[in-house]
Design a protein around this ligand. Sequence first.
Ligand code: DGY
Length: 472
Amino acid sequence: MPPKPMSDSDMRHDDSPEQGASPVDPATLIRDAHDLLRRNDTGRFVKPSLGQYPHQWNWDAAFIAIGLRHLERARARDEVRHLLKGQWADGMLPHILYPDGPSDYFPDPAFWRTDGRSGTPFATSGLTQPPVLTTAVRMLVDDDPDQDAARAFAAETFPALLRWHRWLHAARDPHGTGLLAIVHPWESGNDNAPRFRAALDALEGVAPPAYRRRDQAHVQRDERPVAGEYDRFMHLIGLYRGWDWDPGALYERAPFLVQDVAFNALAHRAERDLRALAVALGHPTGEIDAWLDAGHSAFEERLWDAPGGLYLGRDLRSGAWLRENDVTTFLPLFAGVAAPGRAQRLVETHLRDPSAYARGTKIRFGLPSVAASSPRFEPRRYWCGPVWANMNWLVLQGLRSYGFDADADAVRRDTIALAARSGFVEYFDARDGSACGSRGFSWSAALVVDLLAEASEGAPAPGPPPPDPGSR
Ligand code: DGY
């Protein structure tokens, strides 16, 4: 991919000390990203990182494929194909695949006890993750210069994707509310985000199976989830494996059952992409349209908190809102599900607030994963405040699709500046841009490649779709 020279605004982080820093050559950044993705590539799947995450993760694979398609399109398709090998007999697509057996990562494959139900050729976790893979497939298909190959890839993967979405609706919305529930914070991808804290604190009789966490061997303790939360993560896995991962039992009995904004926004967007694939393949769309219609109304009726002007999730067990101002409140723009007036309010009141998400005295790089104004903001702890490349990528595309181009450009600029400054690390401290979490992190590399490709190809990456009509 021939990179276009970066404009000044790409290279400089205005009114910050970076202004005098040596400019970064986008070609170098892309080459470094490519080298990293090659290093993390087993030849069958790309590890999210070599030390901390040495297996295949579900939404990581999607973000990796989105970036890799600019570098090695055939390899990007294989990333998707490999993940689909982990699909369960019932259609569930797990959040971790262990094709190479155990490593020093915990939970190890045996901890999950999924073998009796999965029907997969190798061990997997028993949880799922947001279906960004469907969006990745559409992106791989839409901008492929070889449209015959693209169509063949769409035809090959569509049935598995459709089965996964059917599973999501049957297993996670069996009573037809229009919104999907998650049974574990890990299913959101934002594991220890403070929005889940009240629901986790409410768990009774917390008694995790014996375990020894290993994440702190690779990443500093104060950048990882705290012990009480980790116990609760393991407690939930212990319960569910005791119920043999039966989806009916999980929905009816799980003590953690949440309609999460991030999960539902990413699923809604994925179903718009699934519909586009169906249309391209001449597949009927009635079933998908019904999901989209029900999802749209439920989203706007149930997940918008008018007094605060935020999208917030719901705890189905307590009935309470998941009260936290975090970056996932902007994801309904990526889904195209936010009514334009609500999107405007989100941007004007929150995104541009220098005490929350915009550059000001508290932070110099956006977007913090939790508003810097929140009492629960912890700038270096995993999903409690640091900047994540994937969240920035999702939010900036949503902003662009609603016409907030200057805001989208600022998020893009910060994302590239962070990678140029600290490398392709897992997450970044919003105060000074310093590196946090795992080093050599694949999706940070892949998504920066996608952002740079956007400039060199002269147009935004395919999608996101404009808001639903009305906003329907
Ligand atoms: C971890 O181990 O922290 C992972 O995020 C779980 O998916």
